[in-house]
Design a protein around this ligand. Structure first.
Ligand code: ABV
Length: 244
C-alpha cells in the first residue's frame, strides 16, 4: 500500500516513520510512505506557502497553488489517487474507516496544513475527502497523517507479527479490550485474577468477554449500544446488570 505525505515539515514525519513497526513494514515492502516538501512546489524566491486572509482577520492562510501544483505534477491521474485533507472540520476517523482504507487500491495522499487555515479551494476542488482524528485542534496535519497511516498499516496482513493479530484488540470487535497481566503473579502485594491462573480456557474466555462488555458499558455506552451480542454475551450482560 502506497502513502504520500505533503508537508512543510518533512523531518517531523520522517522521525516517526523511521522506528519500530512502521519502519519494519516499510523495509519489508508491505507499505511505502513518500514524504514531499510543499515548499519545493512554490515558484517565488522566498518559497511562500501562506498569505493574508481575504476579508481580514488574524492569522495566515495557506495558498492553494503549491497544493494544486504538487498533486497535478506527481499524481496527475484522478483514478490512481485518493487525496485526503486533514482538518478539524473533516469527518471523524475511526476503526471502521481504518479498515476500509487498508483495502484501498489507489495511492493515498495526505495534505497537511499548518497555520490557522488552508484556502477553501483545496478542500472544495482538490481533496477527495476531509478527515479529522478527533475534536481538538492541533498545530498541523502531520500528526493526524501519521495516526491514520499507523492505524491503517497495522491492519494490513504481515505488518504485525503472526503472534500479534489486530483482530483481537480494542474496537476490532466493537468493544474495549479486557485487562492483561504478566509475571510476577504477586507484584507489591497486588495479585492476578485467579481465573487467569486456573488453566480453564473456557472460563478465561468468558471472564475476558465479561470484562470487555462491562468496561465498554461503563466507559463507552454508545459503543456498547452498537455491539450486537451473541447468545453468550446476552447471558453475561444479564449477569453484569444483576451485579449492579
Ligand atoms: C489539521 N487539528 S486535524 C491541521 N484535529 C491543523 C489542525 C488540525 C488538523 C486536527
Amino acid at each position: 500500500m502506497k502513502f504520500s505525505i505533503v508537508t512543510i515539515f518533512p523531518e517531523m514525519v520522517q522521525a516517526y516513520l523511521g522506528a519500530s513497526i512502521i519502519k519494519r513494514a516499510i523495509q519489508k515492502g508491505i507499505i511505502s510512505v513518500a514524504v514531499h516538501n510543499l515548499r519545493d512546489y512554490t515558484t517565488d524566491k522566498h518559497k511562500t506557502v501562506d498569505d493574508y486572509p481575504y476579508g481580514g482577520g488574524a492569522g495566515m492562510v495557506m495558498k492553494p497553488e503549491p497544493f494544486f501544483t504538487i498533486v497535478e505534477e506527481r499524481w496527475p491521474s484522478k483514478e490512481e489517487r485518493k487525496i485526503i485533507l486533514l482538518s478539524p472540520k473533516g469527518r471523524l476517523f475511526g476503526q471502521e474507516r481504518a479498515l476500509e482504507m487498508s483495502r484501498e487500491q489507489v495511492e493515498i495522499v495526505f495534505l497537511c496544513g499548518r497555520y490557522e487555515a488552508i484556502d477553501e479551494r483545496v478542500s472544495e476542488h482538490l481533496a477527495d475527502e476531509e478527515i479529522s482524528i478527533g475534536d481538538y485542534v492541533l498545530t498541523g496535519g502531520e500528526l493526524p497523517s501519521l495516526v491514520i497511516i499507523d492505524a491503517v498499516a497495522r491492519l494490513i496482513p504481515g505488518v504485525l507479527g503472526d503472534s500479534r493479530s489486530s483482530e483481537e484488540d480494542s474496537f476490532s470487535c466493537g468493544l474495549l479490550d479486557y485487562p492483561h497481566y504478566t509475571r510476577p503473579e504477586n507484584f507489591r502485594g497486588i495479585g492476578v485474577p485467579d481465573v487467569l491462573l486456573s488453566g480453564n480456557h473456557r472460563e478465561i474466555e468468558r471472564w475476558r468477554k465479561k470484562q470487555s462488555l462491562k468496561l465498554t458499558m461503563e466507559r463507552r455506552p454508545a459503543l456498547a449500544e452498537r455491539h450486537v451480542p451473541t447468545p453468550e454475551d446476552e447471558d453475561i450482560i444479564k449477569e453484569i446488570k444483576e451485579e449492579l
